[in-house]
Design a protein around this ligand. Structure first.
Ligand code: PEP
Ligand code: MN
Length: 335
């Protein structure tokens, strides 16, 4: 980190500031120019509050040289992280997976039939919401613990690992047999939840918040990783922009940007990004072309009557087509 002092800062003030930095465990390299003095801070500056520094009278500007996310940073971990869901199912570092299933688990018949269908079409991980973060408290809130039990049953029948969203750390005991815990967009900055997930040994799929920057997504991953859990899968699911033609705007540039900044795998969810079923396939193919490590796709056996997100849900046949076309893209990209 570099701090440029204002012209005319007196020696005593500067000495006090340097002493404070040293008290924070940093080495300080002082470089005196004709007009300004520059302090080079060497060491772990992650804990330094850049806004606080910026607010000091004697400071002209402050710039971070190293990003404050150490665990997630590719600079310190150049090799891709491969998240192992099962010995045969891995995400990242060249391993691509289709995660598919309904927005929410609605009934045994629904989840079992969708699970069988998406598996046939090439999905390797079954998704389904049991705790649903709905905008309206009057909308279907999910089957909660019973929904997780139904997912477990589908896992037993199909052999597919399961992913479902957590909204409250107190619910963690219910997630014992869940293979990947999803943190939804609305909880990306629920720091207490992230800290608790950092203490678990489960793979976590962390969705980008509705209005979160890429750096904020990485800082949220850092919260989990700082607690000891390194098995994070990032998920771009569309962000809120001024555009109203689609539910959100799929920021596909996040895929190559994230691959450059972090070693963590990146999955794309075009269902929540587009919000319109017929537009999911082209963006799924585009995500694969952009280098995504997997796709999360909402599939429903009867989208018109889905209790949640029917408009963006594909039928199993549409999903099968999406998976086939995406594999063709992957063959070209990896060929
Ligand atoms: C979901 O995957 O069902 C979901 C609620 O997604 P998001 O958090 O991206 O809105
Ligand atoms: Mn949904």
């Amino acid at each position: 980190m570099i701090a440029v002092l204002k012209q005319g800062t007196d020696e005593k003030q500067m000495e006090n500031l340097i002493a404070w930095f040293k008290g924070q465990g940093l080495d300080v390299h002082v470089s005196k120019g004709e007009f300004n003095t520059i302090l080079g801070l060497i060491g772990d500056t992650a804990k330094i509050d850049i806004d606080l520094l910026q607010g000091l009278d004697m400071i002209e500007s402050v710039k971070r040289i190293t990003e404050p996310y150490k665990n997630a940073n590719r600079k310190f971990h150049p090799d891709d992280t491969v998240v192992e869901i099962t010995p045969d199912i891995k995400i990242g570092g060249g391993h691509f997976q289709f995660i598919a299933g309904p927005c929410s688990v609605e009934s045994r018949e629904q989840v079992l039939s969708i699970a069988e269908e998406v598996k046939k079409a090439g999905a390797s991980i079954l998704r389904g919401g049991a705790f649903k973060p709905r905008t309206s408290p009057y909308d279907f809130q999910g089957l909660k613990g019973d929904g997780i039990k139904l997912l477990e049953e589908a896992k037993k029948v199909t052999g597919m690992p399961i992913i479902t969203e957590i909204m409250n750390a107190n619910h963690l005991p219910m997630f014992e047999n869940v293979d990947i815990i999803q943190v939804g967009a609305r909880n990306m900055q629920n720091f207490e939840l992230l800290k608790e997930l950092g203490k678990t040994d489960k793979p976590i799929l962390l969705k980008r918040g509705l209005a979160a920057t890429i750096k904020e997504l990485l800082m949220s991953a850092e919260y989990i990783m700082a607690g000891g859990n390194q098995q994070i899968i990032l998920c771009e699911r569309g962000i809120r922009t001024y555009e109203t033609a689609t539910r959100n705007t799929l920021d596909l540039s996040a895929v190559p940007v994230l691959h450059e900044l972090t070693h963590l795998p990146v999955v794309v969810d075009p269902s929540h990004a587009l919000g319109i079923a017929r537009m999911v396939k082209p963006m799924a193919m585009a995500a694969a072309a952009a280098g995504a490590d997997g796709l999360m796709i909402e599939v429903h056996n009867d989208p018109q009557h889905a209790l949640c997100d029917g408009a963006q849900s594909l039928t199993p046949a549409q999903f099968a087509d999406l998976a086939k076309r995406t594999r063709e893209i992957l063959a070209v990209v990896n060929g």
